[in-house]
Ligand binder design. Structure first.
Ligand code: PBG
Length: 318
């Protein structure tokens, strides 16, 4: 076996997995009402952007060849319903308008579609009087948010709330308002993971009463259930599907790849990135090499595209 490992050129020739800048999607945060970008302590290298700094960052990512970004918004005001999520002048909507004006069709604009950044209780949906997340009332609001995002210029909306029937509700709302060209990237198999910790700091979300998302996100013990989620989302009209997080769920990615021919995304989440950065800061690992290895492994498992906070640092090396 070693004959083909002898030189970098030989290794390049026989490489089974090819990571390209085309495979990367950069997650970005935009915050309403700030004048300067704010660093996110738990995600070194990432910031909460102003509208202006977001435009600059996206232009630089596009110049590096990154084909897509996914936007998360931090509104100035939250309420029980999360109504800023569908306000035409809400932060993500105005940012989408800025970016579609700057980029036209040269970059794919994806917007995360959920209510947790917008609700004062931090859940991904609206609550019943006894404090549970109300599935059907929530997907109705997802429909409103999808239309607002589409009208503001999103090419793809990405529902991440794990409500049953969310893809169908969103597809119906989009089609009903003439947004038939806007695609849906379903966070189809999204686990209730402790690896989202740094993200919650990034978006200033705390779940009221020390709650969690185990009543709607998947149990990490289940893999077959992920395939069921993916099949349902495709039936409901998803154009692309996602597994999230990535590294602890490579088996799920591989199984999804084997079963499904739709484009498959994986989300290399905040905790996965932060762990590498923290160990690298201590000098315990070579952070750049580990990030490259991780992203390559996610691709090798079968993901077509990877949402990763490392997009910007990896892109110039591809
Ligand atoms: C929900 C959402 C979350 C992430 C993406 N979309 C947080 C959650 O489900 O609690 C996590 C992403 C990451 O950790 O990088 N809007």
């Amino acid at each position: 076996m070693r004959r083909l490992r002898r030189t970098p050129a030989l290794r390049r020739l026989v490489a089974e997995t090819r990571l390209s800048v085309d495979d990367l999607i950069a997650p970005l945060f935009v915050r309403e009402g700030i004048d300067e970008p704010r660093p996110i302590a738990s995600l070194p290298g990432q910031v909460q952007h102003t509208r202006e700094s977001l435009r600059e960052e996206v232009a630089e990512l596009a110049a590096l060849g990154v084909p897509a970004v996914v936007l998360f918004g931090l509104p100035a005001n939250k309420d029980a319903e999360g109504s800023e999520a569908w306000n035409p002048d809400g932060i993500v909507q105005v940012a989408l308008r800025d970016l579609s004006e700057d980029m036209g069709d040269d970059l794919v604009l994806i917007s995360d579609l959920c209510l947790d950044e917008y609700t004062d209780h931090g859940h991904c949906g609206v609550l019943t009087t006894d404090g549970r997340v109300d599935n059907d009332a929530t997907v109705e609001r997802y429909g409103l948010a999808a239309v607002a995002q589409a009208e503001a210029g999103a090419d793809i909306v990405a529902p991440s709330g794990m409500m049953d029937g969310q893809v169908r509700a969103i597809r119906t709302a989009l089609d009903g308002s003439g947004q038939t060209d806007v695609a849906v990237l379903a966070y189809a198999a999204k686990y209730a993971s402790a690896l989202y910790g740094p993200f919650r700091e990034a978006v200033d979300v705390e779940i009221a009463g020390g709650g969690d998302r185990k009543g709607y996100q998947q149990d990490p013990r289940n893999a077959r259930e992920a395939l069921e989620e993916i099949r349902l989302d495709l039936e409901e009209g998803a154009d692309l599907v996602m597994v999230k997080p990535a590294l602890a769920y490579l088996d799920v990615i591989a199984r999804a790849r084997a079963e499904v021919d739709a484009p498959l995304a994986a989300y290399h989440v905040s905790g996965e990135y932060a762990m590498v950065k923290a160990a690298a800061e201590k000098g315990w690992i070579d952070g750049d090499a580990v990030l490259a290895e991780h992203v390559t492994a996610i691709r090798r498992a079968g993901a077509d595209m990877i949402l990763t906070y490392a997009a910007r640092e990896i892109a110039p090396h591809l």
